[in-house]
Design a protein around this ligand. Structure first.
Ligand SMILES: NC(=O)C1=CN([C@@H]2O[C@H](COP(=O)(O)OP(=O)(O)OC[C@H]3O[C@@H](n4cnc5c(N)ncnc54)[C@H](OP(=O)(O)O)[C@@H]3O)[C@@H](O)[C@H]2O)C=CC1
Ligand SMILES: CC(C)(CO)C(=O)C(=O)O
Length: 332
């Protein structure tokens, strides 16, 4: 049995696709989603036209449902990782593979310290999922699932392949996670813009904010000896230059970055909209912390982190591009 622990947008989509392809999946999450899924089942769609249904998924709110899972997929937000590990620790058999399908760089380490007897494997979800309500979850971008190669995953690879979501395996996932974090630096920009991702990324001033945040991250990675992997064949060091291009040129050169469902927003924007604390401390805040650890500065990421915290407390989340650029480049 595969247990999805923290079944929200990513967990319901990934677990739902696995279940639709015949895997035995148990979802563990909150009552509000349990009630929705009980009433409507799960519907999984994507931008390529897939449309699958799981009429009666097993969605539980009691952590005990994870007992004796053969594979656990953790999909809680980063601030909830330590609690999830504490809940899972008494339930899992020693050696159970536990994959972190979370953003950021440190969730696998957090899981490892709470689950010393499990085999914790870092993973990465490259695509965006929009929760449309009534049990419907939509993949709004391209991209797949990635994980660190580990023999404990071998018995489960077929389940992912059957669901047309093969796990791409890497010898060292840190470079892949670091590359994903470069993209996730846009989560804050997107949340503060109040716009869908595609609209926001179509506007150069927002992209210039992201380019500055990425340049700080690349400098921090260099100081820390982290080499971000190529994303879709592109050298991450070139991306800030591309982001700074005028709109017409960017639209032509980076069409792939704009191939996003018109309604999709970042998970940070989803959190703000739902009144939940965001993961900004694990995204832009991670870059600020990494820079500080290596005697460097990351003022743009620090400022974005502060602005998202202000938005969590009721502050602005409707910055125009020029306003946001001015706010991060020349803070009050
Ligand atoms: N959404 C997206 O498009 C993408 C998200 N990601 C990453 O995937 C991870 C998951 O994100 P996402 O799916 O959006 O998050 P969601 O908030 O939609 O889902 C997480 C769910 O887990 C629940 N949860 C938290 N703690 C527990 C617990 N101890 N036991 C059971 N349930 C719990 C949460 O409930 P509650 O809110 O009540 O705590 C929430 O319903 C994040 O790291 C995110 O950055 C990666 C790629 C894209
Ligand atoms: C897919 C992406 C980069 C943007 O939606 C994301 O990871 C998120 O929203 O957290």
């Amino acid at each position: 049995m595969i247990c999805v622990y923290g079944a929200g947008s990513i967990g319901c989509y990934v677990g739902g696709r696995l279940a639709a392809a015949g895997a035995d999946v148990v979802f563990v999450g909150r009552e509000r989603i349990a009630a929705e899924v009980r009433a409507h089942g799960l519907r999984l769609t994507d931008l390529d036209g897939a449309d699958e249904r799981v009429p009666a998924p097993r969605y539980e709110t009691d952590p005990a449902a994870a007992a004796d899972a053969d594979l656990v997929l953790v999909a809680v937000k980063s601030a909830a990782t330590a609690d999830a590990a504490a809940q899972l620790a008494p339930l899992l058999r020693p050696g159970t593979p536990v994959v972190s399908f979370q953003n950021g760089l440190r969730n696998a380490a957090t899981l490892r310290s709470g689950l010393p007897e499990a085999v914790v494997i870092p993973g990465m979800v490259a695509f965006n999922v929009v929760h449309r309500g009534d049990g419907a979850f939509h993949r709004g971008t391209g991209g797949g699932l990635e994980a660190q190669a580990h023999p404990a995953l071998a018995p489960h690879l077929d389940a992912f392949a059957r669901a047309a979501m093969p796990l791409a395996l890497h010898d060292d996932l840190l470079g892949v996670q670091a590359a994903k974090l470069l993209l996730n630096l846009n989560n804050a920009v997107n949340a503060l813009s109040g716009l869908p991702l595609r609209t926001e990324l179509s506007q150069r001033p927002y992209r210039r904010v992201l380019a500055r945040a990425q340049r700080e991250a690349l400098a921090a990675y260099k100081a820390a000896g982290i080499r971000p992997a190529k994303t879709a064949g592109a050298d991450p060091r070139l991306v800030p230059h591309v982001l700074g291009l005028p709109d017409a040129l960017f639209t032509r050169i980076a069409a792939r970055m704009l191939a996003v469902d018109p309604h999709a927003r970042s998970s940070t924007a989803d959190d703000l909209a739902a009144g939940r604390p965001t993961e900004v401390d694990y995204l832009n805040g991670e870059i600020a912390a990494l820079a500080a650890e290596h005697g460097a500065a990351a003022p743009v990421n620090e400022r974005l982190t502060a602005l998202v915290h202000a938005a969590e407390a009721g502050g602005r989340r409707d910055f125009t591009g020029p306003e946001l650029l001015a706010a991060v480049v020349r803070p009050d």
